[in-house]
Design a protein around this ligand. Structure first.
Ligand code: SF4
Ligand code: SF4
Length: 322
């Protein structure tokens, strides 16, 4: 299956690790892992991969806000798995646009010479919840995001890239070639506007970790104040069951016709009963970068918003009884 994507350009651009955007609904670019497979192959299962991810989040010095207190950016993650032959990935492609990658396409961007069937691949997805301190800091705010939140968005985002790479590196070195495909330019989807070649939130949805809310954020067992990451690997891991059939099952607005707190919390009016306006959200996010740079002394790539993720019923849990 061909994509309209130029691999050389992809590797060149992603190697620069440029952040394109930071919407609740979009995925930032980061570095892509490309490592030759090395024998010997060791036995690896879901428990082992889950421990690998949890241990790294718990112990890595890179999981940090890089403030003077050296606070953590992320609490203990959730981990889920999806099969590379899950038809949901073709559904995503058909629904979002032809530029959207299936797992095989993402894998073959880095390993064009390894001929894999979809069933040979697994998608490893993780959800990283913000700490209570970070959420509490933003919850108090109404229009300008808190410093901890912006630091979590920026340095926490860098950590996700590092974690994605760590997982892919370890698996590859263990004999299971793996890639971290998030790291792609944004495209325009006819149906959804701004979109990426690979969506961490969609991978997490496929891996049974959550459903989408009115503001497009993913509502998970640890709430919506989260970010996700994923790796596609040539390994067979049993998929995590999806305890939902409706992609909005965990949102009070869609499930019960109530709530709408994310509409009230959004300073840009980018959320309404019709859903999430990605362009208005992007403009709001971009507008915070000058504040982050001038007032907080952070790099020019830093920005943040996330009001729709805090001070709402789905902040730290699934608000719908299931
Ligand atoms: S705040 Fe309410 S309406 Fe918005 S995503 Fe969460 S549950 Fe849904
Ligand atoms: S609060 Fe509004 S502008 Fe901010 S991230 Fe959420 S949807 Fe975007």
């Amino acid at each position: 299956m061909k994509t309209n994507f130029n691999r050389r350009e992809f590797l060149k651009v992603t190697a620069q690790g440029v952040a394109v955007t930071g919407l609740a609904g979009l995925v930032p670019m980061s570095s892509v892992t490309s490592i030759a497979a090395e024998p010997p192959k060791k036995e690896i299962d879901a428990v082992w991969i889950t421990s690998l991810i949890k241990d790294y989040v718990a112990t890595s010095p890179d999981n940090s806000l890089r403030n003077k207190e050296n606070e953590k950016a992320w609490d203990e993650p959730l981990v889920g798995f999806a099969g590379g032959d899950d038809p949901i990935f073709q559904f995503f492609k058909d629904d979002i646009g032809s530029f959207y990658w299936t797992p095989v396409e993402a894998f073959n961007m880095i390993y064009p010479d390894i001929h894999v069937a979809p069933a040979d691949l697994s998608i490893i997805s993780f959800v990283l919840p913000h700490t209570d301190a970070i959420k509490a800091d933003l919850k108090k705010k109404k229009d300008i995001p808190s410093e901890k939140w912006i630091r979590a968005r920026f340095y926490g985002g860098q950590f996700i890239d590092i974690l994605n790479k760590h997982i892919a590196d370890i698996l590859t070195k263990s004999g299971y070639p793996a890639v971290a495909p998030t790291n792609s330019p944004v495209k325009i989807s006819k149906k959804y506007g701004l979109a990426s070649h690979w969506s961490e939130r969609h991978a997490a949805y496929a891996a049974g970790l959550g459903t989408f809310g009115l503001c497009d954020g993913l509502i998970t067992a640890v709430g919506k104040a989260i970010r996700c990451g994923s790796v596609v690997a040539q390994i067979k891991v049993p998929p995590t069951p999806r305890p939902y059939t409706d992609h909005h099952a965990y949102c009070l607005y869609y499930a019960k016709g109530t709530c709408g707190m994310c509409i009230k919390r959004c300073p840009a009016k980018a959320v309404s009963k019709s859903g999430h306006d990605k362009t208005a959200c992007l403009n709001q996010c971009n507008a915070t970068s000058a504040y982050a740079q001038k007032q907080l002394g952070l790099p020019k790539e830093a920005y943040g918003c996330g009001f729709c993720q805090t001070g709402v019923p789905c902040e730290s849990k699934i608000p719908v009884k299931i």
